[in-house]
Design a protein around this ligand. Sequence first.
Ligand code: MRU
Length: 359
Amino acid sequence: MLVDGNNLTTIWFYKAEDSVKIIDQRLLPHELKIVNLNTLTDVVYAIKEMQVRGAPLIGVTAAYGMYLASKESSDIEKLIFSGKQLKNTRPTAVNLSWAVDKIIENIKDIDKIKRPNIILQLANEIREDDINACSNIGDNGLKLLENIYNKKKSTVNILTHCNAGWLATVDWGTALSPIFKAKRKDIPIHVWVDETRPRNQGFNLTAWELINEGIPNSLIVDNVGGHIMQKGEVDVCITGTDRTALNGDVCNKIGTYLKALAAYDNKIPFYVAAPISSIDFSIKDGLKEIPIEERDSKEVSLIYGINSKGHKETIKIIPENAQCKNYAFDVTPAKYITKIITEKKNIDPTTESISTLLE
Ligand code: MRU
């Protein structure tokens, strides 16, 4: 996608240095910095500290992490241990274990000398597949936006939560991919961007993506969604997902559930864009079984931005000795979801419909 008029992706293998390049997303939107990942330790840090984030991108990064680990040792026991270290970095996004398990499964019976090259090939394939899946999600989601536009004949107002744009994947994004495609088809759109406290992925990342793509948008704090839905200013909600269960329950950034409830009460379609790599077919009941990541309370108590002197600064916004709880995700029950948009087709949030993706 575009940054200052140039195409950029979030991660790529840089052959000349035998290393992996990423955007350090912690610094956006105030600084665009590309950093190198050279070791498994670099990758573990990048995922844990959220230099990279977003379920699909975490999966792709972990795949390259397995390559960097295999340069240190390609013994299968060591690789399984490295995979465990990667999986432990962030518990909710299923793409992480999906990518690690896919690599272990493919190389376990291969000569250890050949493993690093094969793992690199697999990681490059996982990256390419993510780009294609997200592009197809865009095409499938575009059909839904076109339907709304054909009925309404004026600007389609879309509400999104967190960042499920290209920064959460390699390119295109999930929830934002249909929006980028609609822009290319000249469908008039306007996006309501939820702030998404505590880390503000909406304000910091989604807004930056939309501005770079020239898509009209308005930033709103997290509690505004219900009000503008009641006023008829939202035609459709689209979010991403970090893990979708077989029964159609969707785990996504904290606050998604409240938006789904408000959409349901106002009869507004609530779509979830989900690459198949983010569906956990082994989980039958999302509400009961999906692990919810709890993050450092500093994300709640501190806020990062530009101060009056134009310098980057982090400030404290709570009383001394206040206690914070920082749940990073919540689960939206399937009954509040209108459709799940995947790279294969748009499906119902039911076990029956989701199971057809395995055919
Ligand atoms: O904590 P983050 O920034 O990794 O959370 C990201 C989200 O919740 C996205 O909406 C989700 O990964 C789906 S995006 C493709």
